[in-house]
Design a protein around this ligand. Structure first.
Ligand code: PLP
Length: 427
C-alpha cells in the first residue's frame, strides 16, 4: 500500500470510491494523456470522470483562468459579473429552451437539487418521477430520486419518488422487446403509475444513464413520455450532467434524440463545461426559474474564475467542432469494439453514441452481471497504459468509455487495441 493510500484510508470515508487495487495518484495531464506520481503515462479514456471535456491542460482554458486569476477569483453574485452573464447568454441560446434563464451552481448534485426545488415549488407537489437505475447526485434530495439501488436504500428523503421503467434495456421485464414495443410498454407503465398517485411535479431523467453504465433508451422514449406528462402539466427535467456539450456526437444535448415535441422544461448541466473546474447549473423557462420568492445565491456558483474557464472551454469546443469529432471518432471506436465483442463471450452488449460508450460484461453464456470481469479489465488496461471507467452502484459490470472530445483517430485505435487485449484475456 502506498504511503498516500495509507494516509487516505486513515482520514477519508470508507465509502469514497477508488479505482484499482493499488490506487493511482494522478499528478498532471496534457491533451488526452495523464501521468501518475511514478511518471507512468496513460491514455485517458474516462476524461477525469467526463469532466475533461476538451483536453487536459488546454492552453486556451489555462490562459483564460490565469488572466482571470490575476484580476479577481470571486466577488459573489451579489454584484454584476461579466463572465457569468456571458456564459449564461451562450448556454441559454444553446439550450433550445424558450425565454431561458440560467442559474449557476458548483456541481451536478446542486444543479439537480435546484431543479427539484424549482419544479416542486412551481407545481406545488413533492412527488417526483424518476427512472429506474438512474443517478442524480449525492445530496439528501438527489439520493432520494436516484433509482440506482447502490444509493437509494439509505435515503429517508422527504420526497415521494416513483420509479419509471425505461432506464435499463438489457435486463428486466422488457429486455426482449424491440424499440417500438419497448417504448409502448414503458409509456403504459408510466400511465399506470400516474393513475395511482397525487399529480407529480416532474419526471427527472438522464437521456443516457451515466453511472448506470451508459445505458441508452431507444430514441423517442422521452418524446413519448413527454406527451403523457404534458397532458397532465407534469414537467420534464433532462439531467444532462453527462450527456451535454456534444458528447453524444449526433446531438449537442442528449434530449435532442427525443426532440419531436420540443426541449425539456428544465435542463441541468455540470461536469464537462468547466473542463475540470466546478461549474454546474440549471436552465429553465423564466416563468419556472422565477417562481422562487426568496432572494437566493449559491456562494461559489457563477464565480469569475470558473466562468472564465467555461467560456474558453465552450468557445474551443464549438470552434473546433468537437461534437462532430465525437461522432466520427466515437463511431469508429464503437464499430471496433463491437467487432471485438462478437468474439468475446463475456461481452453482453456494446452501446452508447459519440464518445460515451458502454461495454456490459456478463458471465459467459448467462445474463448474470460480472463485476469481477470489469475489475479485471480495468486492471489490465491500466497496466497497458489506458484509463477507463466503470458503472457505479449496482452497475459495476459495465465499462464506461468517455475520453476528452478532442480524441484523435490514432489515439482511438491505440486505446481500442489495449481494450481488445484486456477483453480477450478474460477468456
Ligand atoms: N447527474 C448525473 C447524471 C451524474 O452523472 C452526476 C455525477 O456523476 C450527477 C448528477 C452529480 O454530479 P456531481 O458529482 O457534480 O455532484
Amino acid at each position: 500500500m502506498s504511503d498516500l493510500y495509507a494516509r487516505h484510508r486513515s482520514v477519508l470515508p470508507d465509502w469514497l470510491a477508488l479505482y484499482y487495487e493499488d490506487p493511482l495518484e494522478i499528478t498532471h495531464g496534457e491533451g488526452r494523456h495523464v501521468w501518475d506520481a511514478d511518471g507512468n503515462k496513460y491514455l485517458d479514456f474516462f476524461g477525469g470522470i467526463l469532466t475533461t471535456m476538451t483536453a487536459h491542460a488546454l492552453p486556451e482554458v489555462t490562459k483564460a483562468m490565469s488572466e482571470q486569476a490575476g484580476r479577481i477569483l470571486h466577488s459573489s453574485t451579489l454584484y454584476l459579473n461579466r463572465p457569468m452573464v456571458e456564459l449564461a447568454e451562450r448556454i441559454a441560446q444553446l439550450s433550445g429552451i424558450p425565454d431561458a434563464r440560467v442559474f449557476f451552481t458548483t456541481s451536478g448534485t446542486e444543479a439537480n437539487d435546484t431543479a427539484l426545488l424549482l419544479a416542486t415549488t412551481y407545481r406545488r407537489s413533492n412527488t417526483l418521477l424518476a427512472m429506474r437505475n438512474s443517478y442524480h447526485g449525492r445530496s439528501f434530495s438527489a439520493v432520494g430520486i436516484t433509482g440506482n439501488r447502490g444509493w437509494s436504500p439509505t435515503s429517508l428523503s422527504p420526497l415521494q419518488t416513483l420509479y419509471v421503467h425505461g432506464g435499463v434495456r438489457t435486463r428486466g421485464p422488457y429486455a426482449s422487446l424491440g424499440d417500438e414495443e419497448f417504448i409502448a410498454a414503458c409509456v403504459e407503465d408510466l400511465k399506470d403509475l400516474l393513475g395511482h398517485t397525487r399529480p407529480p411535479a416532474a419526471l427527472i431523467a438522464e437521456p443516457i444513464q451515466g453511472v448506470g453504465g451508459f445505458t441508452s433508451p431507444p430514441d423517442g422514449l422521452y418524446a413519448a413520455f413527454r406527451e403523457v406528462l404534458a397532458e397532465r402539466g407534469i414537467l420534464w427535467i433532462a439531467d444532462e450532467v453527462q450527456t451535454g456539450w456534444g458528447r453524444t456526437g449526433d446531438h449537442f444535448w442528449g434530449w435532442q434524440a427525443h426532440a419531436q415535441n420540443g426541449p425539456p422544461d428544465l435542463l441541468t448541466f455540470a461536469k464537462g463545461i468547466g473542463n475540470g473546474s466546478s461549474i454546474g447549473g440549471v436552465v429553465a423557462r423564466a416563468e419556472i426559474m422565477n417562481c422562487l420568492d426568496a432572494n437566493s445565491i449559491s456562494t461559489f456558483g457563477g464565480t469569475q474564475i470558473t466562468m472564465a474557464a467555461g467560456l474558453a472551454n465552450l468557445s474551443y469546443l464549438l470552434e473546433h467542432d468537437l461534437q462532430g469529432n465525437a461522432r466520427r471518432v466515437g463511431g469508429l471506436l464503437l464499430e471496433r469494439l463491437r467487432a471485438v465483442a462478437a468474439q468475446v463471450p463475456h461481452v453482453r452488449e456494446v452501446r452508447g453514441r459519440g464518445l460515451m460508450l458502454g461495454v456490459e460484461l456478463v458471465k459467459p453464456g448467462t445474463d448474470e452481471a460480472d463485476p469481477d470481469a470489469a475489475s479485471a479489465v480495468l486492471e489490465a488496461t491500466r497496466a497497458d497504459g489506458l484509463l477507463i471507467g466503470k458503472g457505479g452502484g449496482h452497475n459495476t459490470s459495465a465499462l464506461r468509455i468517455a475520453p476528452p472530445l478532442s480524441l484523435t483517430v490514432t489515439e482511438a485505435e491505440e486505446g481500442a487495441a489495449i481494450l481488445e487485449r484486456a477483453l480477450r484475456s478474460l477468456s
